[in-house]
Design a protein. Structure first.
Length: 393
């Protein structure tokens, strides 16, 4: 009864010219109602154009609808859980200039985490990295050998081309592979699968991100980079992150750039992710970084030079940039020890981190999280008991 009633209400509401902007994520309390609604929705999509805007979020068995949460019928409150489909933004701080240029094709951040010292043992070979972001510049000479097709969730018929720049910058730090003429990333032989969920303004709905996580799980990504955050907690996003974690897909997320103490952004706040803060060239925590006990590891995030649109490079700062260093390191680790579970990867990263340098005149207590070090990470992985490795996809 609830499924048919909701579908009838949606048809009327979505067809109304007075329908206001806004999106809502809804989930049925009882699985039977979800099954009946999905079957009815599929059968009526072709005849009702308005219903085509209702999107199925398979990984959490929910739906995103272009209806403001205030308009939802109260009589269905006992059988359906509602949540605002919030807007999320990528962020980074562009730098007008930088003293720390790329040396011999290796950016200072890649060198700082000791990635070159790990390349004789691991390069990220055959590790699949999902990058949920603004897309990527497929023509960039530093990325041509690292990119797979991925998906464009905003326009399914097109490749996930980057019309913002943020996603290209992230991809470069993770796996650029053009050392002689351009730059080299942390894991130069990893495979980047760009998942375009953010538009040219760098904005997306939570439901877009959930669709991205769903795609990454179904296409067997090994690790997913999520260089963005939001201040509010989302139950739907938590469920998607949890389901990905349980399926063996590890998510690396940025803590945020507001300089908060005791608070970090979601989804980095969820325990099922690796939460990343940013450090500068001297190994000290960057002033813009949100920080709390929930941060798992710090990595270079200040004045980071990487790929940009139209084959160029650009210097940016932010926890987004730090997150891409950690994702690249996870790719190195998984190419070295493919048998590791998400729990073990997280434990290895934290156990092998270098202690942070305390800023001068700082009265804040030393963080329990340290700074990423790729060479020490591989050494720590050697101490974990070997399990039977799954077959390569």
């Amino acid at each position: 009864m609830e499924a048919s009633g909701l579908l009838k209400w949606l048809k009327g509401s979505l067809s109304s010219p007075e329908n206001e902007s806004g999106r809502t994520i809804m989930r049925f309390v009882h699985p039977g109602d979800d099954h009946r609604f999905f079957q009815a929705l599929q059968s009526q999509r072709q005849s009702c154009k308005a219903l085509r805007s209702v999107r199925r979020l398979g990984i959490i068995r929910a739906y995103s609808c272009p209806v403001p949460i205030e308009q939802l019928p109260r009589k269905l409150a006992k059988s359906i859980v509602w949540e605002k489909d919030a807007i999320v933004r990528v962020d980074g701080i562009p730098e007008t200039s930088s003293r720390f240029r790329t040396e011999n094709g290796i950016p200072w951040g890649v060198r700082r985490i000791g990635a070159p010292d790990a390349w004789n043992r691991a390069t990220g070979y055959r590790v699949k990295v999902g990058v949920i972001d603004t897309g990527v510049d497929f023509q960039h000479p530093d990325l041509r050998h690292s990119l797979e097709q991925g998906i464009n969730l905003l326009q399914r018929a097109f490749l996930p081309y980057d019309d913002n720049g943020h996603g290209t910058h992230i991809a470069g730090t993770i796996a650029a592979a053009n050392q002689l003429q351009g730059m080299i990333g942390v894991a130069p032989r990893a495979s980047i699968y760009p998942v375009k969920a953010f538009d040219y303004n760098g904005t997306a709905y939570v439901s877009d991100i959930i669709l991205g996580i769903d795609w990454c799980v179904r296409n067997r990504m090994n690790v997913v980079n999520m260089s963005f955050g939001m201040p509010e907690r989302s139950r739907s996003l938590l469920q998607a992150v949890t389901n990905a974690y349980r399926s063996g897909v590890l998510i690396v997320a940025s803590s945020g750039n507001e300089g908060k103490r005791g608070k970090i952004d979601y989804p980095a706040r969820y325990s099922q992710t690796i939460a990343v803060g940013a450090t500068n060239r001297n190994g000290r925590v960057s002033s813009f970084t949100n920080r709390s006990s929930y941060i798992d590891i710090y990595a270079p995030g200040e004045k980071i030079e990487s790929c940009w649109l139209n084959g160029k490079r650009k210097t940016m700062s932010g926890t987004s940039m730090a997150t891409s260093h950690v994702t690249g390191a996870v790719a190195l680790l998984l190419s070295y020890r493919r048998d590791l579970t998400p729990d073990q990867v997280k434990a290895v990263l934290k156990a092998s981190a270098r202690p942070l340098r305390k800023a001068k005149a700082s009265r804040s207590p030393r963080s329990s999280a340290g700074e990423l070090n790729a060479a020490r990470m591989l050494q720590a992985a050697d101490k974990i008991r070997q399990r039977a490795a799954p077959p390569l996809p």
